[in-house]
Design a binder for this molecule. Structure first.
Ligand code: PLP
Length: 458
């Protein structure tokens, strides 16, 4: 493809994306396709000869669009949001266009330095410990997902106990923690995972944590890692960070904080009381790709001390040696996670921070939290509905007082609209509806529409 053709097709594609965003609110969120239907529309074999690129782009409408789940619709209230914004799309486009491989500082100085710098900015913007800046003993790195960050933290915790058999190690998190803790422990070959009981607001019970650790020690096991969740997936509950951190410190365990979703809100001062004790954390993760207008994939992983992380990950084959690394003057991000190759993810974060400014991002988060709190009030005032958890951020969790069948009918009524979409979850045996407010285009009218469906069915 010539650069002239690239310009032409590229401009057409930008128009196509902008048209999509202008119309996404009118589309039915879930695609109407049967399993295998999309593949059946594709040729059996890859093309032997190239096709005109116009024909390739045309298939965005005919093949791709019918199979799209409209995550960016303003009525998307399922899971957690997967925010996208135009500045972020442009950042990703520039990253693709530049084709950088930032595994070493040497292979792309700018990929490394902008990443270190914007993550240091975020330390300040979120009032996190100053030592987490790359100018201190710690530092931040971008990973694909919070699961990667948590897995990496577990591997570092494991490797700090070289003389202990991993099958006798124990990892702790609450029953409400994300499954990535269990998966990370499994992949790291850790023998035991304890899911600790939670209290009436679904936060980890620290007395139960301490008891579980004591029992494991008494039976000859080695507690190595505890994860506190700041904003659980089911209900956005917040584990008490300080007492959990104190327990971890007292027992020489690695303390990780999973703030995948709610960590984004820490850009606003009024949510920062949830961070109390965060200076005790050895590592912390949050996902700008959930709620900070930054396209998937983009997960921040901070460590308080980068030494153990680098010791765990660093292997130097001769072809990667270079003067800057040998001199120890630079960050080589390949030593901060499992993959070697890495793209210029920080470019989109940089674009987003510069386009919106911290104040724009604060307004954005606050607008969603306000919409969520208004919806929670409406639920509470309704005679047949009740919230099943507090609403500290953008998620409203509620159920019908008549039980699970009635709650399931609420979910069906919302999703039958086609333009609003939610998923349910359970607490014990109790089914509840999650309305997760945080999509880029969501405004009060979209929350009003979902409330109409709820109140109509309640
Ligand atoms: N941790 C929490 C609290 C989450 O809610 C999620 C996903 O929703 C994850 C971790 C996993 O995030 P990722 O998809 O980035 O691995």
């Amino acid at each position: 493809m010539s650069s002239e053709d690239f310009r032409r097709h590229g401009k057409a594609l930008i128009d196509w994306i902008a048209d999509y965003w202008d119309t996404v609110g009118d589309r039915t969120i879930l695609p109407d396709v049967a399993p295998g239907e999309i593949r059946a529309s594709l040729p059996e074999r890859a093309p032997e000869h190239g096709e005109p690129f116009g024909a390739v782009l045309a298939d965005l409408d005919t093949v791709v669009m019918p199979g799209i789940t409209h995550w960016q619709a303003p009525g998307w209230f399922a899971y957690f949001p997967a925010n996208v914004s135009f500045p972020s799309i442009l950042g990703d486009l520039a990253s693709s266009g530049l084709g950088q491989q930032g595994m070493l500082w040497q292979t792309s100085p700018v990929t490394t330095e902008i990443e270190s710098h914007v993550l240091d900015w975020l330390v300040d913007l979120m009032a996190l410990p100053q030592g987490w800046r790359t100018t201190g003993p710690g530092g931040g790195v971008l990973q694909m997902s919070a699961s990667d960050s948590t897995h990496t933290a577990i591997v570092v915790a494991r490797s700090m106990r070289k003389d202990t058999d991993p099958s006798r190690m124990v990892v702790y998190a609450s029953t409400q923690a994300h499954s990535s803790v269990e998966k990370g422990a499994r992949v790291a070959g850790i023998g035991h995972v304890r899911l600790v009981e939670t209290d009436h607001v679904h936060a980890m019970r620290t007395d139960a944590l301490a008891t579980a650790i004591d029992l494991d020690v008494a039976s000859g096991l080695f507690p190595v890692f505890v994860c506190a969740t700041l904003g659980t997936t089911a209900t956005t509950a917040v584990d008490p960070i300080r007492p959990i951190g104190e327990i971890a410190r007292a027992r020489g365990m690695w303390f990780h904080v999973d703030a995948a979703y709610a960590g984004n809100a820490m850009i606003c001062e009024e949510f920062r009381h949830h961070l109390d004790g965060v200076e005790l954390a050895d590592s912390y993760t949050f996902n700008p790709h959930k709620w900070l207008l930054t396209n998937f994939d983009c997960s921040v992983f901070w460590v308080a001390d980068r030494g153990p992380l680098i010791d765990t990950m660093n292997i130097v084959p001769p072809y990667l040696r270079n003067r800057a690394s040998d001199a120890g003057d630079v960050i080589d991000y390949r030593d901060w996670h499992v993959p070697l190759g890495r793209r210029f993810r920080a470019l989109k974060v940089w674009f987003v921070l510069r386009h919106y400014g911290a104040e724009g991002l604060r307004e954005y988060i606050r607008s969603h939290v306000k919409l969520a709190q208004d919806l929670a009030d409406r639920v509470e005032r309704h005679p047949r509905l009740e919230t099943v958890a507090p609403t500290p951020f953008g998620l409203v969790s509620f159920a019908h007082l008549d039980g699970n069948d009635a709650t399931a009918r609420l979910v069906e009524a919302i999703n039958a609209t086609g333009t609003s979409y939610v998923v349910a979850s359970t607490l014990g045996e109790r089914l509840f509806v999650r309305v997760s407010i945080g999509s880029t285009l969501t405004e009060a009218s979209h929350v009003d529409a979902v409330w109409q469906a709820i109140s109509g069915a309640a």
